[in-house]
Design a protein around this ligand. Structure first.
Ligand SMILES: C[S@@+](CC[C@H](N)C(=O)[O-])C[C@H]1O[C@@H](n2cnc3c(N)ncnc32)[C@H](O)[C@@H]1O
Length: 190
């Protein structure tokens, strides 16, 4: 990575992932898509760590599986072709980091986008799963209708959390217009 930090919400999210994940860590990728983040997390958690990754699209799971196989990282990752709001049912250990990159699969069907009710449910489940000191990272895209609704609801949710339990931060590019991607970082208190 270069030293130019303020380049995008995704870049900021990746910085948090790198800070939070070390050998043996446990992570959730709630929106695996083509598996770029899943691969990044799998590298960071090392041979003794684990990544749980979710997507509702078979195409995304297949692309991620191939990416991980090619990188020799598949054994570190559990892939679920399921909605992320099944997270509490499927992830049976506490986690160091949970990441959401909302929206649709790049190059895929824009109709298959994350939706407010399941996003809110899954974000709530992820916050419960966090270890003390663990972090939730969410990239949100308010430039489209559902993304704008997700942004508003997430801002309200995070603003309402007790500061004794969570520290909640929103990164906003103030001069990039209202549709510019945002990154939330929420850390559970020790
Ligand atoms: C912006 S993409 C993620 C890109 C991914 N992080 C990457 O590195 O390639 C969002 C993904 O969320 C998935 N998605 C939509 N609804 C979902 C849900 N309820 N549960 C899990 N994934 C979902 C979409 O299928 C899409 O692949």
């Amino acid at each position: 990575m270069s030293d130019y930090i303020l380049r995008s919400a995704r870049y900021i999210a990746a910085e948090y992932m790198e800070k939070m994940l070390c050998e043996g860590a446990v992570a959730v990728d709630a929106t695996m898509g083509n598996g770029h983040d899943t691969e990044w997390m799998a590298r960071l958690v090392g041979e003794t760590g684990r990544v749980y990754a979710f997507d509702v699209q078979a195409q995304a799971v297949a692309a991620t599986r191939t990416r991980l196989e090619n990188a020799g990282l598949l054994q570190r990752v559990t892939l679920y072709e399921r909605s992320h709001d099944c997270m509490a049912e499927l992830v049976k250990e506490s986690v160091d980091l949970a990441a959401f990159n909302l929206g649709w699969l790049p190059g895929g069907d824009k109709a298959v986008t994350t939706l407010l009710p399941s996003t809110l449910s899954a974000v709530g489940q992820a916050m419960e799963l966090l270890k003390p000191g663990g972090m939730l990272v969410v990239c949100c895209y308010p430039g489209h209708g559902e993304g704008a609704r997700e942004l508003k609801a997430l801002e309200e949710l995070f603003a309402s959390l007790p500061p004794q339990r969570f520290n909640c931060l929103e990164h906003v590019f103030l001069n990039a217009g209202p549709g510019a991607p945002r990154c939330f970082a929420v850390q559970k208190q020790q």
